[in-house]
Ligand binder design. Structure first.
Ligand code: ADP
Length: 234
């Protein structure tokens, strides 16, 4: 389980995150939805441990910057950060060694197959298209089988096949008990495969709904989004 309590991050006078609290139970998907600049990436970068912040973030009860928590976290950044001098296959071997994985080869091959990278294993990171780099970045994050997965705008640059595979993977990982956090500014991109949506604007949470709550309300997600981010009261 991922738990975020009173997360606050300021850049100068700007509150990128202002007192954000939510938790993602095991086996569930939460979507962070908000316009550009709402503070979504700041939440994700705080959870993964890249930023200094005020508040408390724990992964299965462990402080998020502890080695125990880091072992449980997987992160797919908005912009893939690959090693230009490693091939696709070497990236995955590097991850396997860094995490001291055993018996990972079948899963590695399954990931390569799912994301149509099998015939690219000998290609270097900087020989890949933007979409292929994103697919490799996803494979690297998934290989250690993290318990908490963070995806920052994961659909951008992906082709329809990869988007379909990624959505199937979200569902697979949820059924295996993972806590999944997906940030996006595209309302339609995640269909209705989420369990909870948190809408953000100007560093604050403007709505926090479960799928059941939305289903029983008279609003669509799009209506809720515009009502809460464009000033109309709910
Ligand atoms: P989102 O991911 O929703 O687009 P971000 O979390 O990237 O939003 O940004 C939230 C706010 O924090 C924005 O006002 C942005 O300009 C500001 N911000 C983000 N990163 C930095 C930074 N490194 N330095 C200064 N301001 C930043």
């Amino acid at each position: 389980m991922l738990k975020i309590e009173h997360l606050t991050k300021k850049y100068g006078k700007v509150y990128a995150n202002n007192d954000i609290s939510f938790e993602i139970p095991d086996g569930s998907i939460t979507v962070l939805l908000g316009p550009n600049g709402a503070g979504k990436s700041t939440v994700i970068k705080s959870v993964i441990g890249f930023l200094k912040y005020d508040g408390i973030i724990t992964v299965d009860g462990q402080y998020n910057k502890s080695p125990e928590a880091k072992r449980l976290l997987g992160y797919v950044p908005e912009l893939p950060a690959l090693y230009p001098n490693l091939t696709v296959g070497e990236h995955l071997e590097f991850v396997a060694r860094a995490y001291r994985l055993k018996d990972y080869k079948d899963y590695k091959n399954e990931l390569l197959e799912r994301f149509e990278l099998t015939d690219k294993v000998k290609k270097f990171g900087d020989e890949l298209s933007k979409g292929m780099q994103q697919k490799l970045s996803i494979c690297c994050a998934l290989l250690p089988c993290p318990k908490v997965l963070l995806f920052d705008e994961p659909m951008i640059g992906l082709d329809p096949h990869a988007i379909k595979e990624l959505k199937n993977l979200f569902i697979d990982m949820r059924s295996k008990g993972c806590s999944i956090l997906i940030s996006t500014h595209m309302i339609d991109s995640i269909d209705m495969l989420w369990d909870r949506t948190i809408i953000m604007q100007n560093g604050t949470v403007t709505a926090n709904v479960t799928k059941e709550e939305l289903d029983t309300s008279s609003q669509t997600l799009e209506e809720l989004f515009f009502n809460t981010t464009e000033g109309e009261a709910l």
